[in-house]
Design a protein around this ligand. Sequence first.
Ligand SMILES: Cc1cc2nc3c(=O)[nH]c(=O)nc-3n(C[C@H](O)[C@H](O)[C@H](O)COP(=O)(O)OP(=O)(O)OC[C@H]3O[C@@H](n4cnc5c(N)ncnc54)[C@H](O)[C@@H]3O)c2cc1C
Length: 392
Amino acid sequence: MNDLKDFHDTSIAFGYKTDYELKRAYFLFKLLTYPLLAYIGKHVLSFLIYIRFPIDFIIKKTIFEQFCGGVNEKDCYKVMNKLNQNNIKCVLDYSVEGSDTENDFENTLKRTLNLIDLIRKEDLTSFIVFKPSAVGRFDLYFKKAENLPLKEIEIAEWKRVEDRFDKICAKAEKNSISVLIDAEESWIQEPIDNLIEKLMIKYNKKSCIVYNTIQAYRSDRLEYLKHMHIRLADFNVKIGIKLVRGAYMEKERERAKTNNYKSPICETKFITDENFNNCMNYMFDNLHDFHLFIGSHNEKSNILATKIMSRNQLRNNDNRVWYSQLFGMSDHISFNLALNGFNVAKYLPFGPLRDVIPYLIRRLDENTSVSGQTSRELDLISNEIKRRALKD
Ligand SMILES: Cc1cc2nc3c(=O)[nH]c(=O)nc-3n(C[C@H](O)[C@H](O)[C@H](O)COP(=O)(O)OP(=O)(O)OC[C@H]3O[C@@H](n4cnc5c(N)ncnc54)[C@H](O)[C@@H]3O)c2cc1C
């Protein structure tokens, strides 16, 4: 047990970055401090991609290398090895979005199953992740969520979606790999929650294979968590939960306003933070049943989790608790946690350059709009650059 006070030792945080990589990160985050420039840049980028303007090299050398591990799994090995040397695992994330056809869904399935073989062989990580919308049609989830009658052809389609979830979890179980299932828009989540609960009952008896995601910005999630806990109590299973705040706030609010229903999102950031802490506390209080994967760049949330672990006399490397940040962001949190013996896994997105653009644009958005985050990242990088210059 070990109390972490803060994450500000930049020599630990950026030890694995070369001077060039550090300066590139500085340049990028500096640009993001100018919201207007970032806004224009984002739209110009989308336009240039749309007209197939040859800017791949520039994207690759800037945002792509900052936020992605490579274009394919093998490309990611270099980053994975570097992180592994610092006791940080990776969650390889094939971040291609916009799947819409059965062909796309089957490809994602095939790719995810191959990925399990690959990471098992290389022994570099113990998690994989997928998005429900990458293995099933968004409108089908929506129909299920709304209890709308399915046509015969859609009943068969839903069965294929269930099969894809099952095949991934079955293979993961066989290879002792855990599966994180991302959460997306609230209006498709209910059938996904139900499906994942069934998979937990099937695969989480001996160890925690299947993890659902709780978005704490949804005001109903603590209740959901408690009810799920009661529902699963009789099955003697481990409940895997990835806890995040949630990434679709503006979209959720807009839809609620347009369709005139109460927004499912907490009214303020403060309430989201409270909800996040309450969900986290609930799971730590019931750790005999839960496995917790904390996905956050919030320093306070991460420190709080380490404090609760210390108070509850848990070992830092208790295998029921994992911490995670996205690659290219909040290295100071990941590296300091890992150095203190906590379990850390970085989400490592990869995919063909043009196909991961939506993911990259979301990162630009997040780093521009989340108050404090960019300037914090920038201060840390700049301190490290100064520290290295003084040392030389
Ligand atoms: C490893 C990992 C996995 C992730 N997986 C998912 C996933 O499956 N699904 C998903 O949706 N997101 C996912 N995210 C993204 C995550 O939900 C957040 O968008 C992001 O991490 C920012 O939250 P934070 O806790 O890091 O930081 P913070 O900066 O403390 O929080 C920012 C977040 O607070 C909330 N918020 C901000 N302003 C308000 C407001 N006015 N009112 C109410 N709430 C507000 C929003 O959720 C916002 O994203 C993941 C993040 C990580 C690191």
